[in-house]
Design a protein around this ligand. Structure first.
Ligand SMILES: Cc1cc2nc3c(=O)[nH]c(=O)nc-3n(C[C@H](O)[C@H](O)[C@H](O)COP(=O)(O)OP(=O)(O)OC[C@H]3O[C@@H](n4cnc5c(N)ncnc54)[C@H](O)[C@@H]3O)c2cc1C
Length: 403
């Protein structure tokens, strides 16, 4: 029977692995195909919000993530020249979540823990070095072409999930527009062991400046003391090659803080950043999630968190369909309304607002916006509401409320 065919997940990134484990936990057979020979060391996401940390428990990796991550109880908005503008303390959320902190840990560690977890399930098949190539859809199944070490193969699936990242093959095959825009500047991320806390930086800080804003995240790396990542915008006239040149990176760090001018830089990388949402997340039995479905700038740390939220939502719907507890069309359309809805209403809106705040050129507008934030942080009701939004608790609740 078609429904007994496995669910195929294209892409074994942290989003794809989350949905795969969530489905395997419901006794649903799954196949994950990942193009790379192993989980790639990916230095992008590192900041996880409370609802996502709760979801890690449901996936059976919560203890490992917390044991290997850094708990960040407070984050800051700063001015490059004026110091701290506002501090937000997550302990205000203690009544809303058992985990009132941001958890900082590299995204490839999440993939790896989920990769270990998936070995617990005999009905789960994770195939590395295997590319998802194309699909055809029928009333009762999806037939996919994959290419692995043994060559081309056809696999049949009851559903196909495109979790294959921003350049998603599945999304392109669906013929769905990836609506939105790409920012002209790219983001340079440079890491150092130099302890920015000695200069008053919280382990997560956003630094406004009309010429060159920055963002700071402390991540565990190989264990204490960890690494501080500093993110800078790179203007279009600077090539990737120039931006990745070590003297250029040192110059950026030294301009940010004189003490960083000659520190070791164990890692540095550059990223193009988009604000895009797929026109729909569904075509029949084919579903999109994670970066394949939406992309946003990383200020506020919401891209991968959203991918995990998509994964849990979608796995819940597919679980009901698989175990014949609901109508497939109704449930999958609800997935699209819920997750696409909050992507636009919350994640796109907030991440664009965060970037505009940091880069504001007009001194009067900048002063006003920073003053508003200062007042928000000083007023406990307003600070609490701000924390519900920025911690993504509000967006998860809102998605659940969408019929
Ligand atoms: C600088 C930076 C910092 C960031 N920080 C944060 C943060 O702190 N918090 C946060 O929530 N988000 C953050 N993000 C965003 C986050 O990195 C992404 O949202 C996240 O990686 C999305 O996960 P994913 O699994 O959907 O996609 P990906 O991580 O892109 O994984 C897709 C996987 O699919 C595989 N694949 C692709 N095509 C195929 C194919 N045809 N067949 C088989 N496999 C395929 C790829 O190899 C990859 O492993 C940041 C992004 C940047 C650029």
């Amino acid at each position: 029977m078609a429904e007994r065919l496995p669910i195929v997940v294209a892409g074994g990134g942290p989003g794809g692995m989350s949905v795969a484990v969530a489905l395997a936990l419901q006794d649903i057979p799954i196949i994950v195909v990942e193009r790379e020979p192993d989980f790639p060391i990916d230095l992008r996401a590192g900041s996880f919000h409370p609802p996502t940390v709760e979801m890690f428990d449901r996936l059976g990796v919560g203890d490992q993530m917390r044991a290997n991550g850094i708990r960040v109880p407070v984050w800051q908005i700063r001015e490059r020249r004026g110091g701290v503008i506002a501090e937000f303390r997550l302990e205000m959320l203690a009544g809303d979540t058992p985990y009132p902190f941001r958890l900082h840990i590299e995204q490839h560690k999440l993939s790896r823990f989920l990769g270990q977890r998936i070995k617990d399930f005999p009905h789960a098949d994770l195939r590395f070095s295997t590319e998802f190539v194309s699909y055809e859809q029928y009333d009762d199944r999806v037939r996919g072409e994959i290419e692995g070490p043994e060559g081309r193969e056809t696999i049949e699936a009851s559903y196909l999930i495109g979790a294959d990242g921003g350049r998603s093959t599945v999304r392109k095959q669906m013929g769905v527009a990836f609506e939105g825009f790409t920012w002209p500047e790219r983001y340079l991320v440079a890491s150092t062991t130099y302890d920015l806390a000695t200069h008053g930086f919280a382990m997560n800080a956003y630094i406004a400046d009309p010429v060159e804003w920055a963002a700071v995240f402390k991540v565990p790396h190989d264990g204490p003391p960890g690494l501080w990542r500093v993110v800078f915008p790179i203007q279009p006239e600077v090539s990737d090659e120039q931006a990745l040149d070590l003297p250029f990176v040192r110059d950026k760090l030294g301009g940010f803080l004189a003490e960083l001018a000659d520190v070791d830089i164990p890692y540095h990388s550059i990223y193009r950043v988009h604000q895009r949402v797929a026109e729909t997340f569904r075509d029949g039995r084919v579903l999109l999630m994670g970066d394949a479905a939406h992309a946003n700038n990383p200020l506020g740390g919401m891209g991968l968190n959203s991918a995990v939220h998509d994964a849990m939502n979608l796995a819940g719907k597919l679980d009901s369909i698989w175990h014949r507890k609901g109508d497939a069309d109704v449930l999958l359309e609800r997935y699209v309304r819920q997750r696409r809805g909050v992507t636009i209403e919350f994640v796109q809106a907030m991440s664009i607002r965060n970037k505009r705040l940091l880069e504001e050129q007009d001194p009067e507008v900048r002063r006003q916006r920073l003053e508003e934030l200062r007042q928000t942080a000083a007023d406990s009701d307003a600070a609490y509401k701000h924390l519900l939004n920025t911690s993504m608790i509000a967006s998860v609740r809102r998605a659940e409320a969408i019929e």
